[in-house]
Structures are given as structure tokens and as C-alpha cells.
Design a protein around this ligand. Structure first.
Ligand code: MN3
Length: 201
């Protein structure tokens, strides 16, 4: 069993005008596909690990055979991160989360607005390529960022969602204006999906 590229759960142009169709097509069909293919190629060297979920591989990263550790970190991380990313976005989304997630934002960060400000700071402060994350550490929510395709699962954390701040995620439309990409991105955030992920973590 090899790892699969999930289809994009909506059309390439569904997130217009905030994320353009061409970016979505290249990002999913080329970048995400390459992470999955490269992971599968690397894993062929260790058939005894076949059947482990991607999440398990990332959690057990430091105990994996050394010759595939970097591939799992980079390609496996890229595969997991993008599969999450497509699902926590949706057309006609954005707005304000509800229920327990909103309460958690209020109690942890002071308000939803304050959460967004802190998350944006993390996304803009990541030098070079990487991700901004909302994670659960024990029972507590935290914002952090990682470099490259590193996933918080490998540090024993439970990611609720992440934002891709690699230039390939925004450069065609926003060029060097990462701040505009990040502030527009809130318009396509699927809070129902994120609330679901929060509830099971
Ligand atoms: Mn990406």
C-alpha cells in the first residue's frame, strides 16, 4: 500500500479571488503530488514499515531507519501538511469560529481577534519557507511555526491546523506580499472543519 494523493475537495478556482486557480493547480498537482511520490519512493527501501500511517511515521520520526528519516521528515511532512491544508480551507468560508473552539480562543488568547493577530505574527515571522500552526500541547492551545515541511507531530504536539507560508503557496498572486496573502487567507478558512479537528485532538 502506497501513500495516496487525495483529490482537491473543491475546484481549482473555488477559493478565488483569495487564492488563484493557477496557484491551486500547481500547488496540488505538482508540489503536493511530488511529496507523495517522493515519500513512496523512499519507503520502498523499508517494506517492513508499509502500512504505518503517515501520522505514525511522523510521530516516530526519530526512531526510523536513518536512511529514510530525512525523506519522511521532508516528503512525508509535505504530504501530511498539504492533505490537512486543502481540508481546512473551503469556498464561501471564513468568518468566525463557533462553540468550544471560539471559547478556547477567548480563554487562551483573549479573543478571536487577538488569536488571529498572534497567528499572523507567527506566519510573517517565519523566515524562508515553512508553516504557522495552531497546536495542542497537552490541554493547552499554542501558536508556533516550523521550517520547511517540519510537522509539530514529530515534537509530540497535536496540530489543529497550519498555514502554508512557502512562496509557492502565494507568489503568483501576491509576489513578495506575504502579509496580504495571510490577511486574505482568513476568508477561505473552514472553521467547521477546524472545530471538528479541535474536538478530536
Ligand atoms: Mn505548499
Amino acid at each position: 500500500m502506497s501513500y495516496q494523493l487525495i483529490p482537491l475537495p473543491y475546484a481549482y478556482d473555488a477559493l478565488e479571488p483569495f487564492i488563484d486557480s493557477q496557484t491551486m493547480q500547481i500547488h496540488h498537482d505538482k508540489h503536493h503530488a511530488a511529496y507523495v511520490n517522493n515519500l513512496n519512493t523512499a519507503m520502498e527501501k523499508h517494506p517492513e514499515l508499509a502500512g504505518k500511517t503517515l501520522e505514525t511515521l511522523l510521530r516516530e520520526l526519530n526512531t526510523l531507519p536513518e536512511e529514510i528519516r530525512t525523506a519522511v521528515r521532508n516528503q512525508g511532512g509535505g504530504a501530511w501538511n498539504h492533505e490537512m491544508f486543502w481540508q481546512i480551507m473551503a469556498p464561501k468560508a471564513g468568518g468566525t469560529p463557533k462553540g468550544d473552539l471560539l471559547k478556547a480562543f477567548d480563554s487562551t488568547f483573549g479573543s478571536f481577534t487577538a488569536f488571529k493577530a498572534e497567528f499572523e505574527k507567527s506566519a510573517l515571522g517565519r523566515f524562508g519557507s515553512g508553516w504557522a500552526w495552531l497546536v495542542k500541547k497537552g490541554n493547552k492551545l499554542e501558536i508556533l511555526s516550523t521550517a520547511n515541511q517540519d510537522n509539530p507531530i514529530s515534537d509530540g504536539l497535536s496540530p489543529i491546523f497550519g498555514l502554508d507560508v512557502w512562496e509557492h503557496a502565494y507568489y503568483l498572486k501576491y509576489q513578495n506580499r506575504r502579509a496580504d496573502y495571510v490577511s486574505n487567507w482568513w476568508n477561505v478558512v473552514n472553521w467547521d472543519e477546524i472545530a471538528h479537528r479541535y474536538s478530536i485532538k
